[in-house]
Design a protein around this ligand. Sequence first.
Ligand code: OFO
Length: 174
Amino acid sequence: MLNAKIQDAFNQQINAEMFSEYLYLSMAAHFESESLKGMANWMKIQAGEEHMHAMKFYGFILDRGGKVVLKQIDAPKTAWKSPLDAFQDVYQHEVKITGLVNGLANLAIEEKDHAAHQFLEWFVNEQVEEEAAAQLVVDQLKLVGDNGVAIYMIDQELGQRQPAAAAGAAAAAT
Ligand code: OFO
């Protein structure tokens, strides 16, 4: 049985993850319109991962006999000055999400909910990866500055990103 405080906090996190999905989909649409298809691909896959994160919370609440309560999703930004501007926003957003996940883990400890705490461990680790992935692209974009050829090459590289399930299957086959 899920206590009310954790249920509310987890429902709030569904909203945060759905906003993340919206934000990255908005960035994807922005990059599509800038003909940066690789960056759009990276963002669409990221948006899909955020949806999966939201669904993990959804499933956990229901498995514990709780009630899922969906709230209104804020509208994300729709334009960015440059690829660097967008990826810096990704990084800052992920830092914010890490703070939310840490807050949930603290709450689970306070409420002595071991199942919730264990469930959140996956997210704690995931956030390390998410921050690192965004930071890497920010660093690369800072390195190349306004060099169009280099931005094109980064775009090509980001176009190689595959959804986590497909990437896992490919790695298992090698
Ligand atoms: Fe980007 O990790 Fe969920 O929100």
